[in-house]
Design a protein around this ligand. Structure first.
Ligand SMILES: O=C(O)CCC(=O)C(=O)O
Ligand SMILES: [Fe+2]
Length: 330
């Protein structure tokens, strides 16, 4: 995971360097910019990609991908069926190169005039629908968790107790959901809940930590749902995924720069602590949108993001432990 973290940082550096190069040069069309980015990620130094090379490049990538899909369909038949039925989240381990290859081209007009990420204290369903729900523009709705029990109950010990008492909860995260250690030395949730009380509380001299997981265990989800509500501004007809995402950890680096392939936009409520989010537009928006955007999410705020369309990373600000819960919506 440390290697993956390094890879994430290197990718981000390369990405920003490329963006600067493109801004210095004359305007290139988005497809060419993306092809350059993919070529640089795969092959190192930049080079001109002509039609023949492009053709070879496509064959080079598409042939193994097609074979892998065929093999995967044979070997992972059941899992794929589960995914198609929405019972499984992801068949492949996160791979940023693959993510970049499969994501759709972004409409850079959406961020052309975007100077910052807005923090809005109150928003009606209608305004949210028109401006943010499906536009991919990140936004923070402040003070949006009033009355949520989670603000008083969620803590490291609360989750430890919940997952220890509900048989199968932890195992199902390992087996059917996802666990991210973001480069910190935890192999699984069992490992996280076995740390010493001193480290859990980040007593002086202890190492900071930050992890995240999705919960797809029915009984545990039922209990979690007693502690939070569907954000009041989500469109009436939208449905929140049955998958909850929890991220918890102390000040320091959180998620490293990445892009997801989850299919839907998501909300994330800050239940404790403060977290800085960094958003970087995709390569084809170089010179059209700002190089990066930052916003701090405070306790009680809800972040809205389309993690499929923006590279994003997080950093927990000094102070309390950061705890968030979120989900996708459609
Ligand atoms: O909250 C975090 O640290 C990362 C969240 C994230 O990557 C996501 O919601 O897609
Ligand atoms: Fe993400």
């Amino acid at each position: 995971m440390a290697a993956a973290m390094k890879e994430g940082v290197a990718l981000e550096e390369m990405f920003l360097q490329l963006k600067n190069e493109f801004v210095m040069k004359k305007k290139l069309d988005p497809k060419t910019v993306r092809a350059h980015f993919l070529a640089r990620v795969k092959e190192g130094p930049p080079r001109k990609i002509d039609m023949l090379e492009r053709y070879k490049l496509s064959l080079f990538f598409l042939l193994p991908v097609a074979l892998a899909i065929l093999l995967g369909a044979i070997l992972l038949g059941d899992t794929l069926l589960e995914i198609s039925e929405g019972r499984h989240y992801c068949a492949l381990e996160t791979n940023q190169f693959l993510m970049e290859m499969v994501r759709p081209i972004f409409n850079c007009e959406l961020c052309r005039n975007m100077t910052r990420i807005e923090r809005i204290p109150k928003i009606s369903r209608q305004e949210f629908l028109e401006k943010y729900a499906y536009t991919t523009i990140p936004v923070v709705i402040t003070g949006a968790t009033d009355g949520w029990k989670a603000l008083d109950t969620f803590s490291y010990r609360y989750f430890k107790k919940l997952y220890t008492h509900h048989r199968g909860g932890m195992e199902s995260v390992d087996k059917d959901c996802q666990f991210f250690n973001w480069g910190y030395p935890f192999e699984s949730m069992q490992h996280v809940f076995n740390m010493t009380d001193a480290q859990a509380d980040l007593e002086p001299g202890e190492e900071s930590w930050y992890v995240g997981w999705s919960n797809c265990h029915g009984d545990t989800a039922k209990v979690l749902r007693e502690h939070y509500e569907t954000p009041y501004f989500l469109p009436e007809k939208s449905e929140t995924s049955t998958l909850d995402w929890i991220f918890i950890g102390w000040p320091g680096p959180g998620a490293f720069m990445h892009i997801d392939k989850v299919g839907r936009p998501s909300w994330q409520a800050q239940i404790s602590g403060r977290k800085k989010w960094k958003f970087v537009p995709v390569p084809e928006c170089a010179g059209i949108c700002k190089d990066e955007y930052e916003v701090i999410v405070e306790k009680g705020d809800i972040m809205i993001l389309d993690s499929n369309q923006w590279y994003h990373s997080t950093f927990v600000m000094p102070g309390e432990i950061s705890i968030t819960i979120g989900s996708e919506y459609d």
